[in-house]
Design a protein around this ligand. Structure first.
Ligand SMILES: Cc1cc2nc3c(=O)[nH]c(=O)nc-3n(C[C@H](O)[C@H](O)[C@H](O)COP(=O)(O)OP(=O)(O)OC[C@H]3O[C@@H](n4cnc5c(N)ncnc54)[C@H](O)[C@@H]3O)c2cc1C
Length: 301
């Protein structure tokens, strides 16, 4: 099929892009990499009257490292993030990137576009939620910032107003003593995940801060603190990595099962997703813990 007719504008400033979008009164759509929107248009699942192409907007193609944050602008392609040395300061982002579709998709698709699109099975919204990233939003009234954990409000639904544009996502740089884990199960590489997990563990003296974010398991990324479960396993002496994953599988059984609230579909039942998620969560939390430990050991050497 072909897309229904639409008008096309390509503004060169963010204020012009916002003005163009606001002028459509809800009948316009931003287009960035086009990797999700183009199929939607071709299948006529959406019929926007105007496309606002933001790829010529000055300043949105920046990756900026400042104040403990890596800020990724709205037209930065996923493939660039995969290779840019600055982005290695956000290890979870780098770990997730190869799982996003295929290299050809990542060559066009943007990080901010993936966040704005808010597919519940997408990797980058989960990463943003797990590391507590901030979503920077430009609108007619100026700029505002929303925590990723509050930005996703449902399947393909966000806190974005119809006249607002995501101008950047701000990912906190990993602190010393932080470790991460990321994995998913999909039917084929490049498919959206049946279930996936991002894990972050921060060790600081006696303090343990552990977080899991699941994706493909609900209508949005689901984040839960799991410090108590991790501490219980560590105190019981289960820090040898193979055993730790087994012990965590038991310790996480309630929380992991609660996080999976999607209905079953043609690809996987709810019960299967629960089992997948629990196993992935235990393995990746264990890896994150051991990476955090070795990070501390390196700092102390
Ligand atoms: C074959 C295939 C496989 C894929 N596999 C995966 C996968 O495994 N995991 C995954 O996460 N994604 C996958 N994708 C999607 C891909 O990652 C997209 O690039 C991404 O979801 C959207 O980014 P984009 O820049 O292409 O956005 P676009 O397609 O341009 O836009 C997507 C939506 O977001 C809105 N939007 C985009 N940018 C902004 C902005 N700055 N402000 C406000 N709204 C905005 C658009 O209006 C539109 O509604 C796949 C795509 C294809 C075609």
């Amino acid at each position: 099929m072909k897309a229904a007719p639409f008008a096309y504008v390509r503004p060169s400033s963010l204020s012009d892009a916002v003005a163009e979008l606001a002028a459509t009164e809800g009948e316009g759509k931003v287009i960035a990499g086009g990797q999700s929107l183009t199929p939607v248009l071709a299948m006529r699942l959406a019929r926007p009257e105007t496309l606002i192409d933001i790829t010529a907007v000055a300043g949105l193609d920046q990756i900026v490292d400042a104040d403990g944050v890596v800020e990724i602008g709205a037209t930065v392609r996923q493939r660039r993030v995969e290779r840019d040395p600055v982005c290695s300061m956000v290890p979870l982002l780098r770990a997730a990137m190869p799982w996003v579709g295929h290299r050809e998709i990542r060559s066009r698709g943007t990080v901010c576009g993936s966040v704005a699109h808010a597919d519940p099975a997408a990797e980058l919204p989960a990463v943003a939620s797990c590391v507590d990233a901030g979503v920077v939003i430009a609108g007619p009234g100026g700029s505002r910032s929303v925590l990723a954990r509050e930005f996703f409000t449902g399947a393909m639904m966000t806190a974005l107003g119809q006249d607002e544009i995501v101008s950047a996502v701000r990912f906190p740089v990993a602190a010393p003593g932080e470790g991460f884990g990321f994995a998913e199960i999909a039917r084929r590489h490049g498919d959206f995940a049946l279930a996936g997990v991002a894990a972050r563990v921060r060790l600081d003296g006696e303090t343990v801060d552990a977080v899991l974010t699941g994706f493909g398991i609900s209508d949005r990324p689901v984040t839960r603190a799991v410090s108590d479960e991790l501490i219980t396993v560590v105190r019981a002496g289960g820090s040898e990595s193979g055993r730790m994953a087994d012990d965590l599988r038991e310790a996480l059984s309630t929380v992991a099962d609660e996080m999976v609230d999607t209905d079953g579909d043609a690809h996987a039942s709810r019960d299967y997703r629960r089992r997948l998620f629990r196993t992935l969560a235990a393995r990746e939390l264990s890896k994150a813990y051991h990476r955090a430990r070795s990070d501390i050991d390196e700092v102390n050497e």
